[in-house]
Design a binder for this molecule. Structure first.
Ligand code: CA
Length: 423
């Protein structure tokens, strides 16, 4: 989990890491690129930090001690640490693959993950029910995050966290972010919450059942089982699950409100209204012909917008403020829908009804850059050329579609790119 300062609002495509691609349906399906902030400036990759790892370590020691890490802690944890080139390799390789939202959901909300979610919920029902009572977050939602982050505790990550964070902090790409995380990790050890050899997680420092970064742990983790320690690393998941609920509560989770509801759009729907900034009450949407596919909608859910993660041909969702709360875990739309839909399915709700335009594929990174360059050159400014299909790019796509008499759903398909190439 990840308090990313950076909002990577990938509205349509999820970029997944090599780890996620190489694994089976029960491994973590957190879109890895989204788990850490991006480098500032495109040339950061090339910028090597001056000096050796040892030189950095010496400088970092001073900075850590200034922030309250004792010399004893620092010496015992950091002595003998080595730079791990594999961590950097994984960091560099992770943004190369893309998945469509439907490919992502096939894995994230597979039948196996639903079945295992129900089993996990049954096994830990007493604790999860108490957690729901305490924090006001539905047990199925907490279970779904657990399912996506670590396959219900099965894949919590075996990498030594300190070593990975130190390597990434030495690396110039996102040094400040990882150095701060490393200080938090040292403080966790100094406080005796766990031992260095037990502090294991992902190569980028996400730890335990629900993959907390050290800063998130510091701010939000709780001791739920009452043993005086916040233990998210070992087999017993209760502290980690309660910490996840505490995190969602902190960011404004509203119990009883759905994350989103699949909806049917009326014929002639104005696709420009499918915009996160266009917030209306469910009754207002209903009066313009939008209806729930399953069950009802009530204004007590609050304001909602319409989301089309697969464009006009795919499923449409009416999303509520809880959607933005799950985004605090990970900003990718596909991840949020994955958590939300998995929680619904664990509860027994039906599958997403509308089929996806599966003949379409995700654009590669070079294609996404080309799309942004061509849109901008054609007068539909994407503001940034960063391969990220965020709101600015999606709005540029919409404006282009509208100008060409196409359905303005903002979906960056290969067909759209080909149209731009033909200009
Ligand atoms: Ca505990």
């Amino acid at each position: 989990m990840h308090k990313y300062l950076l909002k990577l609002a990938l509205a349509l495509f999820v970029v997944v890491g090599t780890a996620a691609l190489a694994t089976g349906p029960e491994l973590s399906v957190r879109p890895a690129e989204l788990s850490t902030p991006e480098a500032h400036g495109s040339d950061a990759d090339e910028k090597a930090r001056p000096g050796t790892f040892e030189v950095w370590l010496k400088g970092f020691r001073k900075r850590a001690l200034e922030q309250g890490i004792t010399a004893a802690t620092f010496n015992s944890v950091m002595t003998g640490l080595r730079y791990d080139p594999d961590v950097i390799k994984r960091d560099r390789n992770q943004a190369e693959f893309t998945k469509t939202v439907w490919d992502y959901l096939d894995t994230a909300v597979s039948d196996l993950r639903i079945a295992n979610g129900r089993k996990a919920l049954t096994k830990w029902d007493k604790a999860l029910s108490e957690i729901e009572m305490t924090y006001g977050v539905e047990k199925e939602v907490v279970t779904a995050i657990w399912g996506l982050e670590s396959a219900y505790g099965t894949f919590r990550g075996a990498a030594p966290v300190i070593n990975g964070l130190a390597t990434l902090a030495f690396d110039a790409r996102r040094a400040d972010f990882f150095e701060e995380e490393l200080v938090h990790a040292l403080r966790i050890l100094q406080n005796g919450e766990t031992a260095p050899e037990k502090m294991r997680g992902s190569w980028a420092g996400a730890m335990g059942h629900t993959q907390f970064m050290p800063s998130s742990f510091a701010a939000h983790a709780v001791d739920f089982d009452g043993d005086g320690k916040r233990n998210i690393w070992e087999d017993d998941p209760r502290d980690a699950l309660a910490s996840t609920a505490a995190y969602l509560k902190h960011f404004g989770w509203i119990k009883g409100q759905p994350w989103g509801v699949e909806v049917r759009l009326p014929k002639g729907f104005d696709y420009l209204q499918a915009d996160r900034a266009d917030m209306r009450l469910p009754s207002d949407w209903k009066s313009s012909g939008v209806s729930a596919v399953n069950g009802g909608l009530t204004d007590t859910y609050g304001n909602a917008s319409i989301l089309l993660p697969g464009g006009a041909e795919g499923a449409a969702f009416m999303i509520f403020s809880n959607f933005a709360v799950i985004e605090k875990y990970n900003t990718a739309d596909a991840y949020v829908i994955g958590v939300g839909h998995l929680s619904d399915r664990i509860k027994g709700a039906p599958a997403i009804k509308k089929s996806w335009p599966r003949r379409l594929r995700a654009l590669s990174k070079p294609e996404r850059i080309e799309l942004q360059e061509r849109l901008t050159a054609a007068g539909f400014d994407t503001v940034k050329i960063d391969a990220k299909m965020g709101p600015l790019t999606i709005n540029a796509v919409r404006r282009f579609q509208k100008a060409k008499g196409l359905t303005p759903d903002g979906f960056p398909s290969l067909g759209l790119l080909e149209r731009l190439r033909a200009l």
